[in-house]
Design a protein around this ligand. Structure first.
Ligand SMILES: [Fe+2]
Length: 320
């Protein structure tokens, strides 16, 4: 804009000749989105539902963690850990509807996974059969390479979590709550996810390996599963992700049956990388996708029926 240290006669001309790097930017969903790609024009903007909502209907908050973003992303794809890592949250249900759902997660810690390929990634059904013939489905939508739509009952506000790399060893995880029907109740939201209240770094009091992330071993002896006491699920997730080390050595891991989702995501990411290397074309957040229609949900249904059909019908009924 200006070079005030230049002599007056060349000040304006000099400033006009200094190139400044700039990136396409837009505001949506309470966030500033920047296209950092190399193409002259960005791909179509991912107009997810939360990106179309006005003030009060969408609340983003950012966590920072010392771990590679893929560790963050993989944690966001896994529906099985909820039964264990977040067990304490499952013991303090706020109402009857939720009490039923958390009961299903407590009772069955080994969900069966089924998938549907999507142009943006995949739909993940984590199915927990219950004694008595009922089945509980948590249906997650994964928009690679960043976004995981967390399964919630259709009457609940939506939550999407985005793992965004800062560099190889640091990740920003955006928790975005949204509700197209009514304004979000912030008091209710913080009841089960206590944090510092700083939207730019909500977990700044999480601690580090030096103080074992404030893990309360006495509380664990008394029955608390994670020892991360008085905080929300995100803190428990972050501690697990950080405690693996900044870049976990995957040659030493033992993938189990429920890690099928991790394997699937890695294969899809690897295929996208191969394609980019061969053609220069990126994948997933491009092309003809109706981003606004992507919705995660959880519901129960009679075991043996098709969760995909029941999920679609549940969403259609909720939209009416
Ligand atoms: Fe979690």
């Amino acid at each position: 804009m200006d070079t005030p240290t230049e002599p007056a006669e060349r000040r304006e001309r000099f400033a006009a000749n200094v190139p400044v790097k700039s990136y396409p930017v837009r505001e949506a969903g309470g966030l500033v989105w920047v296209y950092l790609g190399r193409k002259p024009a960005p791909p179509p903007f991912p107009a997810f539902e939360f990106n179309t909502l006005g003030e009060g209907h969408v609340i983003p908050r950012r966590g920072l963690l010392h771990a590679n973003w893929l560790q963050g992303l993989e944690a966001l794809l896994d529906s099985a850990h909820v039964s264990f890592l977040h067990r304490r949250q499952l013991e303090i249900p706020p109402n009857g509807e939720v009490r039923k759902e958390v009961g299903y997660m407590r009772e069955n810690g080994a969900p069966v996974f089924e998938f549907v390929d999507r142009p943006y990634g995949f739909t993940e059904g984590a199915l927990r059969e219950q004694p008595g013939g009922e089945c509980y489905a948590r249906v997650r939508e994964v928009a690679l390479p960043f976004f995981s739509f967390i399964p919630v009952a259709p009457s609940w506000p939506g939550v999407v979590v985005c793992a965004i790399p800062i560099d190889d060893e640091w990740t920003a995880q955006w928790y975005i709550s949204f509700d197209g029907r009514e304004r979000l109740n912030t008091e209710w939201m913080t009841q089960f996810n206590r944090d510092t209240g700083n939207p730019d770094h909500f977990n700044s009091d999480m601690g580090t390996v030096a103080n074992m992330w404030n893990q309360d071993r006495a509380a664990m002896k008394a029955g608390h599963w994670s020892g991360i006491v008085g905080k929300g699920n995100a803190y428990e997730d972050f501690v697990v992700q950080e405690s693996m080390g900044p870049i976990v050595d995957r040659s030493k891991e033992f993938l189990g049956t429920c890690d099928v989702v991790i394997v699937r995501a890695r294969r899809m990411l690897q295929a996208a990388l191969d394609r980019f290397e061969a053609t220069g074309e990126t994948q997933f957040l491009t092309g003809d996708v109706d981003f606004a229609s992507i919705r995660a949900l959880s519901f129960t249904y009679p075991a043996g029926q098709d969760w995909k059909e029941i999920g679609a019908a549940t969403l259609a009924a909720a939209a009416e």
